[in-house]
Design a binder for this molecule. Structure first.
Ligand code: KIV
Length: 297
């Protein structure tokens, strides 16, 4: 009897520990860019966004067809177990931005990558904001996000003039939760006029995206119609915004606390994570999420 073994056909090696495949087929869509986002905004195509904190989820969300990923400082709560985003440092943001960016590169991902400037990394001066934004851009971000209106306008202008795309963030701004007295709806009644004024100033300064968090749906829809050069991205702001964002773990039902009213658990009816992510993308695109009766004020 011969002891020669029959050569086995070459198979793709297993991918250990849930890591990403070493190579994948090139993406079927072009990378999402600022002009592409502006076109979507102008044409009324809803912009989809989710948070991402690691390489694997970033690659999966990209495979689901997400337009934008946000390395949110919500990672303070989601990944680090902090009570708020106030304790998140620039170095932590750099680490997660780097991981997400690497995940996207591994799968030739196409999503537009936004990273949050954390608390204390841009409040001191415009120059400090530029230094902090540089760290995140060098980690792979395409755009940075910063919270607040009024004093932030000149910071936004300073960054945009230096080639850094900026997403602003108004309404419930978690970094100032202590000053706001908790996670509550913002921009109600007379406060809506100030919020609108701040949003227009941010657009004029060059912000091309604006997250509106926990603001009345009517106010968000009005503002969305007024801002022609800045796409509003809502979270708890109703269906009238140019796009939507959710925290990844919330929309996958990975939340032991009380789920915020504006969240839908897309895992509830899905056979897996990828289908859940695809359903989210589809529901935002076709306008079936959010439902103003259930998810807005
Ligand atoms: O940090 C974050 O995840 C955010 C989103 C909630 C918009 O800012």
């Amino acid at each position: 009897m011969s002891n020669t073994t029959t050569p086995q056909p070459e198979t793709t090696p297993a991918s250990p520990y849930g890591t990403l495949p070493p190579a994948s087929t090139p993406a079927s869509r072009k990378p999402v860019s600022l002009p592409r986002l502006a076109d979507m905004h102008a044409l009324g195509e809803k912009i989809t966004m989710l948070t991402a904190y690691d390489a694997t989820f970033a690659a999966m969300a990209d495979a689901a067809g997400i337009d934008c990923l946000l390395v949110g400082d919500s990672l303070g709560m989601v990944c680090q177990g902090l009570a708020s985003t106030v304790g998140v440092t620039l170095d932590t943001m750099r680490y997660h931005t780097d991981s997400v960016s690497r995940g996207l590169r591994r799968v030739q991902g196409t999503a537009w990558l936004i990273a949050d400037l954390p608390f204390g990394s841009y409040q001191e001066s415009r120059e400090q904001a530029l230094r902090s934004a540089t760290v995140l851009m060098q980690a792979g971000a395409h755009m940075v996000k910063l919270e607040g209106g009024g004093w932030t306008t000149e910071t936004v202008r300073f960054l945009v003039e230096r080639g850094i795309p900026v997403c602003a963030h108004l309404g419930l701004t978690p970094q100032t939760v202590h000053a706001l007295g908790g996670y509550r709806v913002q921009g109600k009644g007379n406060a809506g006029a100030l919020l609108k004024q701040q949003a227009h100033a941010l657009q004029d300064a060059g912000a091309t995206m604006l997250v509106l968090e926990m603001v009345p749906a009517a106010l968000a829809a009005e503002l969305t119609n007024e801002l022609k050069h800045c796409a509003t991205i809502g979270i708890g702001a109703g269906k009238g915004t140019a796009g939507q964002v959710l925290v990844l773990h919330d929309m996958l039902g990975i939340n032991l606390g009380k789920m915020p009213k504006f969240v839908r658990n897309f895992m509830a009816d899905a056979p897996g994570v990828l289908p859940a992510l695809k359903t989210y993308v589809q529901a935002v695109k076709d306008g079936s999420f959010p439902d103003d009766q259930l998810h807005a004020w």
